[in-house]
Design a protein around this ligand. Structure first.
Ligand SMILES: Nc1ncnc2c1ncn2[C@@H]1O[C@H](COP(=O)(O)OP(=O)(O)OP(=O)(O)O)[C@@H](O)[C@H]1O
Ligand SMILES: [Mg+2]
Length: 241
């Protein structure tokens, strides 16, 4: 399978007055249609890494940060950031990446259907019946005309997943997408999402602190190690294959 993300010596620091956090990724490749978990405790940098993979956060340094969303064209993301090509980054993100935030991030004043169709509208994609068919697979097809505030937490997360893939991105990023749900509901939702993602040939990267879940689903995980360096001032977190 072709390589989608290729990262070498990527560094991102969050330092104030000489103290803080540093994220390192020495060498990671993620291949097309892989299903990868970023596993680690709270504060270890999972969201920071996902934000960089989503092209929403600029690394401080990178020997390599390449993205080949469809396996052919390769974008040098680090160069695009350095050249301040925010519009190009936004276009790549909009076209190729779906992102599910921890709390869903649905717009409260749009109906479920309007929320789901938003990424398609932003890309001028035509209306079709795909919203309804994916909503049916996700079990939210009866909720399409409601506002998100009237849904259960589990239904909202299922809407957030449906929205994130409505424009058929090749990459789906999910940040603790089921953290606010009970474990049984969380596993049910993830099982449906995994099937859907497999069928649509999407590469998926999920942040999770739930090891049991990751092992049970047999996901490839990027392991995280932490150490305190520079006289105790820097909490350094490293993600490796
Ligand atoms: N905007 C920011 N400015 C400064 N520091 C930040 C910022 N965002 C996060 N941090 C710090 O970076 C570190 C990593 O945060 P991050 O949100 O990536 O962790 P996480 O693994 O996603 O944690 P959680 O499991 O709690 O969501 C933390 O120490 C956090 O305080
Ligand atoms: Mg987080």
């Amino acid at each position: 399978m072709s390589v989608i993300y290729s990262l070498k010596n990527v560094v991102k620091s969050r330092v104030l007055d000489g103290a803080g956090f540093r994220l390192q990724v020495p060498s990671v490749e993620i291949k097309a249609q892989e299903n990868v978990a970023l596993v680690g405790h709270s504060g270890c940098g999972k969201s920071t890494l996902l934000d960089m993979l989503a092209l929403a956060l600029h690394p401080d340094a990178a020997d390599e940060f390449n993205l080949s969303p469809q396996g052919d064209d390769t974008f040098n993301i680090d160069t695009l950031w350095k050249k301040k090509k925010q519009n190009v980054l936004a276009k790549i993100r909009k076209q190729h990446i779906g992102y599910v935030l921890q709390q869903g991030g649905l717009l409260p004043y749009l109906t479920v259907r309007e929320n789901i169709e938003l990424p398609r509208k932003l890309m001028n994609m035509p209306e079709d019946d795909s919203t309804h068919s994916i909503a049916r697979v996700m079990g939210i097809h009866r909720q399409l005309d409601k506002l998100p505030g009237l849904l259960s937490a589990g239904e909202r997360q299922r809407v957030a997943f449906t929205r994130a893939i409505s424009h058929r991105p090749s990459i789906l990023l999910a940040d603790e997408p089921t953290a606010s749900l009970d474990p049984i509901t969380a596993r049910k939702i993830m099982a449906v999402v995994m099937e859907l993602v497999k069928g649509l040939k999407i590469t998926m990267i999920t942040a999770s602190h739930d090891w049991a879940h990751v092992y049970k689903m047999d996901l490839r995980s990027l392991h995280q190690e932490a150490e305190v360096v520079e006289n105790g001032n820097i909490y350094q977190s490293t993600f490796r294959d």
